[in-house]
Write a protein that binds this ligand. Sequence first.
Ligand code: CA
Length: 418
Amino acid sequence: MTALRSWVPGADGSGFPAEHLPYGVFSTGDGPARVGARIGDHVVDLARLAADDAGGVGAVGDVFARPSLNAFMAAGPDAWRHVRSRLTELVCDAAARPLVEPALVPVDRTRAHLPVEVADYVDFYSSLEHATNLGRLFRPDGEPLLPNWRHLPVGYHGRAGTVAVSGTPVPRPSGQRRVGDEVVFGPSERLDIELEVAAVVGVPSVPGRPVPTDRAAEHVFGIALLNDWSARDIQAWEYQPLGPFLGKSFATTLAAWVTPLDALAPCRVPGRPQDPEPLPYLRLRPEDDWVLAVDLSVALRPAGTAVEEVVSRTSAAGLYWRLPQQIAHATVNGAHLRTGDLLASGTVSGPAPGTEGSLIELTRGGREPLEVGGVRRTFLEDGDEVVLRGEAAVGDGVRISLGEARARVVPGAVPGGR
Ligand code: CA
């Protein structure tokens, strides 16, 4: 596949070339939030393009003059492919320039909004290395991996209402934690991140009807980076027996740009072996047995420093449980998918030092601080900024950058004042 050439200035060779075209929701000035597609350092205003009936993107109906992607996502794969192919032609065909140029907005003149009205939010736990590392840290005296882990994609239901778009500050949560034999209350002292890749559901499924692995991908609109902020001290005290609650529900950062699953088709690679073989409802045909070769990184800029440093590099290709298995499992009891469901991978960690997707792993439970920009960090301080990034090779030397998930920690409100 030869690399596409776009007439949009700066698009070729950027992380947002014509091969990418991720979707998001933006506004300018006091204008309404609406759907756009990113190309280079510009946003194509799809609401305007559709209103002008330019290039046939409006054929999918009134889905772009909306404050979320949900209406477009619900329109289904035929509509997604129609818009994507028309848009690709429009940004590559110089003859279309007069049609598209009026709808082109520099990205630095836009404000990003949460791209998806999040329906249900499920967070899986699909990295073998992360589950093993965390098991060792949280249960040092037991087997790191619980007996169920290799039989099913473990997950929990998260809090959809506190998912916020990249750039939204994260207030430090307060809660209960155990210090020695005492239970105390106050701001979390072990605030952490989790590097994750989320799938965004477009097409809902039918209540009561499980989605089989070989139909799962048809429901997925796209992929976006996600930071599952985690207060380890609150989590450690509350999580048994029912799992994470307030240690994670205070904030989740979602990237502003959702990369279409089709844009990532060239970076599908076979998943790692699974042992034991999963039960029949989790088995995969070879064509459904894929993970995404997306290179991921975590960068940290400590408060008061100008330096941002990468503290972890890893890959989504090492995940043990595949997306089709996660979807089959999440619906096998009859629970259905809804447009806007967010299915997060779980922290992505690799086997080597420096490939872990959380600070608790990178610092061995807070015992081995990182040196970042001349300062030491175990967990996050107020003012620290974290940026998650992802990159993928999509053929013929073309690399795309997933929309980043960025946020800064700020002091939180403490009940009773302080
Ligand atoms: Ca998580």
